[in-house]
Design a protein around this ligand. Sequence first.
Ligand code: DX5
Ligand code: ZN
Length: 230
Amino acid sequence: MFQEIRIAPSILSGDFMHMASSIELVEDAADWVHVDVMDGHFVPNLTMGVPFTAQLRKITDLPLDAHLMVSNPMRQYPWFLEAGADMICMHAEVMSADEVREAARDIHAADKQIGIALKPRTPVAIIEPYIDVLDMVLIMSVEPGFSGQGFIEGSEDKVAQVVALAEAAGVHPLIQVDGGIGEKTAARVAVAGADVLVCGNAFFKAADPAASAQAIRSIASAAQFKADQG
Ligand code: DX5
Ligand code: ZN
């Protein structure tokens, strides 16, 4: 029932002055590069954008997972496609169902993937009208805006709700969880059905990032294996 766990370190917690080294750490130990784009409007913080993503594209072949925390995703997503992002993930709170379908057509025409992200207080039912076109659903387990926050208890229930909604619709989008994921929280979200685990601080602030990624992967996979057996 479960897909293979992917680990997506968020470079927001990386070393901005030595980003190439941060990306090498990801290449050695993880699967995707999670790029947290913040516009200072949809969220209070400002981070990185299109030129930075284009530069990342030049230095890595790993999938670039662009998490757009911006108020105007319909204007911005084509720029991230152009910059070479592989997964374009936008927030449900600022998109209509028609816009999601339009963006999905464009993104799929470019052979890339579309994800839709939900803030902690956004109900899962919001994605029901368009879940059939999504490659990924992102459940935020912290309020978007900053790395290093604590996991919001109960976020795993929303993961389970996405699984149920997807099953009812006969589709299998990846399910990503973002915020406060580490060795203590990975098992619960994995058992609930998460496939892609974003790790900011748990990866980059660890004494040994590769060991931390390996531990998180093993904990999540073992929990899923056990759930499958039981
Ligand atoms: C929060 C970002 C997250 C965050 C993850 O708005 O979307 O990707 O940087 O960082 P940790 O894992 O430290 O919570
Ligand atoms: Zn993120």
